[in-house]
Design a protein around this ligand. Sequence first.
Ligand SMILES: *[C@@H]1O[C@H](CO)[C@@H](O)[C@H](O)[C@H]1NC(C)=O
Ligand SMILES: *[C@@H]1O[C@H](CO)[C@@H](O)[C@H](O)[C@H]1NC(C)=O
Ligand SMILES: *[C@@H]1O[C@H](CO)[C@@H](O)[C@H](O)[C@H]1NC(C)=O
Ligand SMILES: *[C@@H]1O[C@H](CO)[C@@H](O)[C@H](O)[C@H]1NC(C)=O
Length: 411
Amino acid sequence: MRRVFLILLWTMSLVRPNVPQAAGVQVFPPVNFTLTVSALAQVLLHWKPNPNQEQKNYPISYDVKILSPVPEEYDTKKTHSIRTVALHNGFSAHLRTLLLHNDLEMRSEWVKQKLPPLPGAPETSVTNLSCVTRITISSTVSLHCTWLPGQGAPPDTEYFLFYRYEMYTEECQDYIKDKWNRNTECRFSVTRIDPEEFDKLIVIHINGSSKYAAIKPLQQLFNQNAIEKVNVPRNVTVFLDQNDLLATWEKPVSPLPKECFEYEFYLFNLKSGNKQTLKISSNDFRLRIDVTSRYSIQVRANYHVCSTRGLWSDWSEIIYVGPSKMENRVAWILAVLCVSTCFTFLLVAIICKINHVWSKLFPRIPTPSNKFRDPFPNDYERARTCASETETELGSFAEDLYGSALDGSVF
Ligand SMILES: *[C@@H]1O[C@H](CO)[C@@H](O)[C@H](O)[C@H]1NC(C)=O
Ligand SMILES: *[C@@H]1O[C@H](CO)[C@@H](O)[C@H](O)[C@H]1NC(C)=O
Ligand SMILES: *[C@@H]1O[C@H](CO)[C@@H](O)[C@H](O)[C@H]1NC(C)=O
Ligand SMILES: *[C@@H]1O[C@H](CO)[C@@H](O)[C@H](O)[C@H]1NC(C)=O
């Protein structure tokens, strides 16, 4: 019990005394506290010192406490403050005067202000908004956003997208529509986003109109760096050097120097099905591979140093290296052709040789003359001679074949 009491005492002593009046000094709350929307997703908090406050003798500051949408509390000596926050669900802030008197901080009562939510029927706002930026070849930044229509949005809803960067605001001119003719995508091929800045905010505001319902706007803030889609590495080349694979590439299109990037190198062995992803921080590398396998290769890039990580680039185009199936097939066909041609030549050579030997061993016997008298001497005789000549030749070829077959079986 005693312990609890002590803790209570100790806790109370930690709390700053909330006494507007001490030693005859009074602290008055600020006056004319106003909230003004000064740009898309930007609110200006503005107030005046209380005219009753004797400012000269004591240092005065203000305690700003933002309750929504994002709780935040800070002190300032100024009489205004600017916040960049999504305002579609409203904004609420409290403010009080702080006065330092003999090392004692004295605080006034709070004054409160709020902005109402932006009007519109529930569930009519877009959902699943996502945006990416890219650095273009001409060193500008392009922006691409996609979203889904709200569940409660009537079919005739038309959405409009605006982006704000610093004090510049622009409406999208290049929408892509879904099958119900509703805008669900927007492209800015050129924006005012500074490619050399990384920590700035990009404000997206999407409102809409419909005949049947008020469409509630949506605002979302994106950190410039976090949505940057890094460009693809350029001029990827791969070649074989004996048993090594050598790969080189150029850094992606970017204002940053090449030291800022790292890469992922994807290697797929088409023969074995093995996959490998290597992290590389230079623009080239060498790797021992199986030269009998064919590989497919891709590279992608991201920031490594210099800037917070962006979104990994897309993979580069697939490059193949190593013997292809087609090459293999062609080589195989060539080999078969070569072997069969050689074999045929050999066979022919052997036949010729045997034919030669055979004809030496058994010289051709002359055909015996016809002793019988021919009843049809002229034409028939001629035809007969022709036929017999053909017969003799065929016979000799058959003998040759027989001989060579015999030859083969003997030797
Ligand atoms: C506060 O606002 C009121 C009315 O707008 C104005 O009359 C008054 O002068 C303002 N007070 C100060 C301290 O500016
Ligand atoms: C939209 O976002 C919700 C919540 O983040 C998620 O559950 C849903 O899958 C998303 N829808 C699509 C189509 O991406
Ligand atoms: C959408 O917002 C823009 C920028 O605030 C505004 O100019 C425009 O009138 C709004 N359109 C609708 C239909 O609310
Ligand atoms: C890529 O290769 C082409 C042709 O070889 C060359 O003109 C170009 O400058 C190279 N790009 C880079 C970034 O080195």
